[in-house]
Design a protein around this ligand. Structure first.
Ligand code: BGC
Length: 464
């Protein structure tokens, strides 16, 4: 009898635990057969744009951490980048920016988010290259001349080799170097650039570079990952405050760019899948969002990471929040001490060329989650890698439907930047991923608008 009661109690506790965990932002799926994806609503003055990042498109980035990484091999002598690719001339955007701005204009877009390559601007510690500063000034003028609004990203995964040699963001004192660079370029361009993103995706940088080891410097240490997150968060707050106190500081808008990938359990009834997801969501999403809500950052996973950081200024350190959203990751726990979980693709969801699926419902969830910060939101990146171009239109229509639904139900979203204008160098995936609205032939540097991208132009025309 006691055994039966014990078992019943155990089952009750299990069911209650599952019910509790499922209450917390759980996976949703809409019945797309009943949805009209043309039923879209966007506010007046909604900012339609596209985004790129310097290293991925400019060419000639020979002095940064990624450039070193491209040439490195792992302990088995294999290249770090897929197919041993090196970035090289990329899209030669450095020289072809005027043509590319014309392409943005042809699509009817009103905004362009791009990043400044720190290693070109400050090639040696404390030495700023005037010609490079002038180049970016010309780029900004060309964007404005085309009637397009520039949005600058100050840090998009790359930093100069000298900064790497000093220990990059592993050391809190190095934030000063980053701040000096930010102040310098802000003084140059803030009279013409109304929106500034400080750091692109703290969580991606910290986890890829210091936990999975897939990105430079290839560390696999949870504690260092946590420390780098803490320093990047602190860097954002300091840079925000410093820029706000400079001329034009009060006039422009400055914000962080947060990536959200939800971690959803492969088996929603499975307590360990659920717990894995709770932990991953905490590391990747929850901890950072909480920092900007409360001023307190806490990552604690026994044996893996134990980091705390408090800075009350974080609460008011964003004029807007940038959201990069692509998909969710579905997690299945494994009894394997080498590798406790694996990522699976839900069979009901269409795959992209990256190792995740098309999941517009997650975009809606992410907008609601980031909305808890109570800030205006810009979707600073969203797009699909689709080399066959047979899913891009479907992706655009469904994700924009999810965006519209979030707005209609109260999310304060002010703009959307499609990633990316051009095919480009996709970090450790090299040139294998085709995110571009325009296909790029890297031999001839010819750009051709993809059929799947036409939907974006149509929607903008209808809702611009
Ligand atoms: C990054 C981009 C990248 C894109 C597509 C984002 O996380 O900011 O640089 O190319 O994802 O994977």
């Amino acid at each position: 009898m006691e055994i039966v009661i014990g078992l019943i109690l155990l089952i009750c506790v299990y069911v209650l635990a599952i019910l509790y965990l499922r209450r917390l932002d759980s996976e949703i799926h809409w019945d797309w057969k009943t949805i009209d994806t043309d039923d879209l609503h966007f506010p007046d003055n909604f900012l339609w744009g596209t985004a790129m990042a310097a290293y991925q498109v400019e060419g000639g980035c020979t002095n940064n951490n990624w450039n070193e990484w491209e040439r490195a091999t792992d302990s088995d002598g294999r290249p770090r980048i897929r197919n041993g690719a090196v970035v090289g001339a990329a899209c030669d955007h450095w020289n072809r920016y005027e043509d590319d701005i014309r392409l943005i204009k042809d699509l009817g877009l009103k905004a362009y988010r791009f990043s400044l390559e720190w290693s070109k601007i400050e090639p040696a510690e404390g030495q700023f290259d005037q010609a490079v500063l002038k180049h970016y000034s010309n780029v900004i003028d060309a964007i404005l001349k085309a009637g397009i609004e520039p949005m600058i990203t100050l840090y998009h995964f790359t930093h100069p080799i000298w900064f790497r040699q000093l220990g990059a963001f592993e050391k809190i004192e190095n934030i000063d170097h980053f701040q000096r660079f930010c102040e310098r370029v802000f003084n140059e361009y803030s009279d013409r650039v109304p929106k500034w993103c400080t750091i692109n995706e703290i969580e991606v940088e910290a986890t890829q570079s210091y936990f999975t080891g897939d990105w430079p410097p290839g560390e696999q240490d949870g504690q260092i990952m946590g420390k780098v997150m803490r320093h990047l968060l602190e860097a954002h707050v300091r840079v925000y405050r410093a820029l706000k106190s400079l001329p034009n500081g009060e006039k422009v808008q400055i914000g962080l760019v947060k990536n959200i990938f939800q971690f959803d359990p492969w088996r929603p009834w499975h307590l360990i899948d659920q717990i894995c997801c709770r932990l991953l969501n905490r590391v990747f999403n929850g901890g950072i969002i909480e920092f900007f809500k409360t001023g307190r950052f806490r990552l604690f996973i026994p044996g893996l990471v134990n980091v705390t950081h408090v800075n009350r200024f974080a609460i008011s350190a964003n004029d807007f929040i940038g959201l990069n959203y692509y998909s969710h990751l579905v997690v299945k726990f494994k009894w394997d001490p080498q590798d406790f979980f694996q990522f699976r693709l839900r069979p009901r969801e269409t795959p992209t060329d990256m190792d995740y699926t098309i999941y517009p419902e997650g975009f809606y969830r992410a907008l609601k989650q980031i909305g808890k910060l109570g800030l205006p939101i810009y979707v600073t990146e969203n797009g699909i890698a689709d080399h066959r171009d047979d899913r891009r239109e479907h992706y655009i229509r469904r994700y924009l439907y999810a965006l519209s639904k979030a707005i209609v139900t109260g999310s304060d979203v002010r703009g959307y930047f499609y990633w990316s204008l051009l095919d480009n160098f996709e970090w450790s995936e090299g040139y294998s991923m085709k995110f571009g609205l325009y296909k790029v032939d890297f031999e001839s540097q010819k750009r051709v608008l993809r059929d799947g991208a036409v939907a974006y132009r149509e929607i903008i025309t209808r809702h611009g």
